[in-house]
Design a protein around this ligand. Structure first.
Ligand SMILES: [Zn+2]
Length: 301
């Protein structure tokens, strides 16, 4: 996986539309051509070098077709640079900022960002192993006077962290990986769905004393503490604090409908924080494998 330490080195590889097209062609057909419609493995010359036409059924395909770059309303160079920025900037980029910096409409910027988030989701699902702590929080709306597991208009979010304990007892435990999902409620079934998405079956799961967790953890090892406040949950509270700050700070207008996309974006970068140089290339590759995302589906959430 090619590593990029800064934007200049990235832009050296992707200076022109043809540079980007070459990358897309390599990803699509580098291992050999196969017709999407009939499966035939021979192509004939088409209208440009970045189109291929099936020799048998004449199906014509461009290097952007059936990828997240299909029908993007601005240049591929811009699309590649925005992808670079979204995958490497710790705080991410608000849609308004993307629109301003790249001279595109805000709605167009939002739609493209959703596509990048889609790729982050696809390439970023992180199962957690060994020692896992789990807790819930609520995101969205005013939070004053609604402690604990209160409902309201906020979204309920289940957060899990994988804790790494040092061999040297004088050092403090730290978070290795983390993940979060939107949940419908706090019933055993709701919590179980989140656990199954995020936590390996052989992990030791630590929770607060909420009774629903007893069955929600499935067959996983489980220990619980009466309250999630206090030292036992210091790390996960710190993580939740950072997650909320990130969402509040740069993404003031996160629609709750799309909250799951932002949880993925945050954790995609968090879990890759020690190898961020590989993210742009990895994300561009994922975007060529992901099917086109229609606008109607993107706005639905
Ligand atoms: Zn064909």
């Amino acid at each position: 996986m090619k590593e990029y330490t800064d934007l200049i080195s990235f832009m050296r590889d992707f200076q022109t539309e043809d540079d980007c097209r070459r990358f897309l062609c390599e990803q699509k057909w580098g291992d050999g051509y196969q017709c999407r419609r009939c499966g035939h493995e021979c192509s004939v010359k088409d209208r440009t070098w970045y189109h291929k036409r099936c020799q048998r059924c004449h199906y014509d395909e461009s290097c952007t077709a059936h990828t997240l770059f299909h029908k993007v309303k601005f240049s591929l160079v811009k699309a590649f640079v925005i992808t670079y920025q979204l995958s490497t900037m710790k705080k991410g980029m608000a849609t308004t900022e993307i629109a301003r910096q790249f001279s595109i409409k805000q709605q167009t910027a939002w739609f493209f960002k959703r596509k990048v988030q889609q790729a982050m989701k696809s390439g970023g699902t992180q199962m957690l192993f060994d020692n896992v702590e789990i807790d819930e929080t609520v995101i969205g709306g005013a939070e004053k006077g609604s402690p604990g597991r209160s409902y309201g208009k906020k979204k309920k979010v289940q957060v899990a962290i994988e804790v790494e304990y040092p061999t040297d007892p004088s050092e403090k435990p730290k978070i290795k990986n983390a993940n979060a999902v939107v949940i419908d409620g706090y019933s055993s079934d709701d919590l179980k769905k989140g656990i199954e998405k995020m936590i390996d079956v052989q992990a030791l799961v630590t929770t607060d004393g909420w009774k629903a967790y007893e069955t929600a953890v499935g067959g996983r090892w489980h220990e619980s503490f009466p309250s999630s406040s206090g030292e036992n949950f210091e790390l996960i509270h710190w993580h939740i604090f950072n997650l909320k700050n990130w969402i509040r700070g740069i993404h003031h207008h996160v629609s709750l409908k799309h909250l799951h996309c932002y949880l993925q974006e945050f954790h995609y970068k968090f879990n890759r924080r020690n190898r961020i140089q590989t993210c742009p290339c990895q994300l561009l590759k994922t975007m060529t494998k992901e099917p086109w995302l229609p606008y109607k589906r993107a706005i639905e959430g």
